[in-house]
Design a protein around this ligand. Sequence first.
Ligand code: GLU
Length: 446
Amino acid sequence: MKTSEIMANLERKYGHEKEYLQAVREVLESIEEVYNQHPEFEKAKIVERLVEPDRIFTFRVTWIDDKGQVQTNLGYRVQFNSAIGPYKGGLRFHKAVTPSMLKFLGFEQTFKNALTTLPMGGAKGGSDFDPVGKSDAEIMRFCQAFMLELWNCIGPEQDVPAGDVGVGGREIGFLYGMYTKLAREYNVGVLTGKGANWGGSILRPEATGFGALYFVQHVLHTAGKDIKDKTVAISGFGNVAWGAAKKAKQLGAKVIAISGPDGVCTIPNGITDEMIDYMLELRASNNNVVAPMATKFSGVEFTPGKKAWSVKCDIALPCAFQNELNGDDAKELIANGTWCCCEVSNMGCTPEAIHEFQSKGILFAPGKAVNAGGVATSGLEMTQNAMHISWSGEEVDAKLHQIMSSIHEACVKYGKQADGHIDYVKGANIAGFMKVANAMLEQGII
Ligand code: GLU
């Protein structure tokens, strides 16, 4: 397998699908050497098969807004790979959603889910519906119309969607309500991220952020460092950023910046519990701005148009969107003394930023390892639903700890370089790939 040849072929076919091509290139570059040591992979054309999703559903979603106007959006579900388990992955509601974005996310999800140690294949879905400025009633009507088309494609042993950007507990509730009405059965195993009193995992809202910080702890520990008293800059104020801020504070770090599309809030004395709670209100308001944090709390300063990466910090945690940290941001961070960056968002850094970090010896770990605690906890939710049991927060947290530690171990196993340094990008990609590739091999040419 030659990355350049496969990429040239994909670029011919999907030249305009930039994010998807970016995600594929990173994985192929990581696995090329290992792949070529396994002639059986080449013979079964594993890579050529793995880069194409199994199938993509595209559907029209029509709903009525609060003014009585008819609105039409597009809905998608990309079922990427089911070699190691039923399709699993979130739904993203965001105005910029395209099939390319969901293909990249479904591709990443396949490797991430393989890393979790749990049996889940990869998928992603969503819509170009823009939740910004929408009322709760509009969100409900949109979710219902979306499920009207999706319900036939999903099931506990088939495909299990969850949340992602723009889809949290509220949206999962509306989606499930419509599902159960259409399917005429109470089948909670069909979605994860549900409410804790109707089949959800009590720790799912926190899980991505908590898992990410457990992973950061492992990265730091392996490098002989400690998170206590370190300054942390976080982008975003959704579920993921919220969980990350909460756990970072619990572990003794100081979160000194939170950003949104409108600018950055700097908090020189470190984020407080009240501010962390307020992040949830910001998310629920559907306004997609972080500025009100500075109006509500003293000790917070808002700078419009700036990213979290302009703030001097030890550790940078992108928690919002893909490619939100570019080469120039990486240079600015490094110039300001940042020595660790862990992606919590999927593909949060551009290839230029990753290159910048890695070439300057900055500790760097990719989203598919760092944020895998979210989907892992979804996997635990699926197990609870299948067994008709519910675990306590402590039980789930202990399992999450264990899973993040296994993911870190796998990254070290496959990413340790001759000089002892750990390439987490390579480690995560190779570990995820080996599991999926071997399963595909054993299941024949399908
Ligand atoms: N959307 C999340 C992710 O990127 C969670 C997916 C899930 O829980 O299925 O992994």
